[in-house]
Ligand binder design. Sequence first.
Ligand SMILES: [Zn+2]
Length: 143
Amino acid sequence: MTNECPCGSTLSYDECCGAIIKGKKEAKTAEELMRSRYTAFVKVNVEYLMRTQYKASRSNKNKNKIKRWAQSIQWLNLAIKSVSGGTENDETGVVIFRAYYIENGEYENLYEESYFQKIDGKWMYTKGIDLNMENEEKLFSER
Ligand SMILES: [Zn+2]
């Protein structure tokens, strides 16, 4: 069994998202933070997800909900579709990605436009727009 990082970077977990999740290094870019959050989902590390989300609802109810969901699905892979801003020199960034997973025996994917902002010098996830939902809404409104 290899110890490749779940984010698909081909680096080992410890060199890649693991170092960020364990606090050994900071995410330098919005994409790095995004990848580490995906990996934290794979590893069901809800604490890390909460810590890297700006004004996350830290209630135990919310935490348990995320945990239950993360445990119930099997992540397949992550595909970064586009990145704008989010470099070391930026204050904000937007990353569009698809994350593939299996839930209740069905292939599903999360297609999201994620917004990131540097807060006190650290990249934080601020909000996400579900693009699958947006596309569905567009389809409905066109009828
Ligand atoms: Zn990684």
